[in-house]
Design a protein around this ligand. Structure first.
Ligand code: IMP
Ligand code: MG
Length: 207
């Protein structure tokens, strides 16, 4: 596994900005990453990944459902090389904002033997999910597994090099975040920005 692209990763300060007009909700504390910051970083990430991966070799792009659906959709729109694209699904937040047991909701269906794999996930929190994905995909003998996450809650995984992605959009402070694919009880996935959930909402279902 290569190490995280430290130089390129953006670090988001622990500063809560106003929720954009029209998106205000009592369940949202405010905004952490704006829609335009996301879009420009996604473009950079796509360029960075394509400049480093052997794009002339077979590559399978595997977004992790459900949280990465918007991120993956925007990222692959900048993908200029031949690739196969399929989905895998895992859920770890069964009934709360605290991570629980990991459940495979959509298993690997594609042949990845002797191919490069690019896993795209929404957020790296404890790192359990990416770890589980790496272990499971390794059993299918890919040439290499590359990982890309939009967000990394660095406080949770600091001091550990085990839980890092090869490509990270933003390092963020430890808040429960929603929007741009990430949900709380299936809500807020459609926000074009990353927002912070109000603390009084914690405790019930989130994925
Ligand atoms: P990990 O296994 O603890 O690294 O968590 C990874 C998964 O948990 C992500 O793919 C998300 O689906 C979910 N998750 C972690 N933190 C958040 C959050 O702040 N908001 C929404 N979902 C989260
Ligand atoms: Mg997820």
């Amino acid at each position: 596994m290569t190490t995280e692209g430290e130089a390129r990763t953006r670090t988001i300060p622990d500063r809560i900005r106003l929720t954009p007009t029209g998106w205000e909700s009592p369940e949202l504390k405010g905004m952490l990453v704006s829609a335009s910051e996301i879009q420009s970083r996604v473009r950079e990430l796509a360029d960075e990944i394509q400049s480093q991966l052997p794009v002339d070799k077979p590559i399978v792009i595997l977004p992790v459902l459900s949280g990465s659906f918007l991120f993956a959709a925007d990222l692959v729109r900048h993908w200029r090389f031949a690739c196969e694209l399929d989905f895998i699904g895992l859920s770890s937040y069964g009934a709360s904002t605290q991570p629980g047991l990991i459940d495979w909701t959509h298993k690997l269906k594609t042949d990845i033997k002797d191919k490069h794999v690019l896993v795209i996930d929404d957020i790296l929190d404890t790192g359990q999910t990416l770890d589980e994905i790496r272990k499971e995909l390794s059993k299918h003998h890919p040439t290499a597994i590359h990982t890309c996450v939009l967000l990394h809650k660095t406080l949770k995984t600091s001091g550990s090099t085990r839980f890092q992605a090869d490509y990270t959009g933003f390092k963020i402070p430890d808040h429960f975040v929603v929007g741009y694919g990430l949900d709380f009880a299936l809500k807020f996935r459609q926000l074009p920005f990353i927002g912070i959930l109000s603390t009084n909402c914690h405790g019930t279902n989130a994925d």
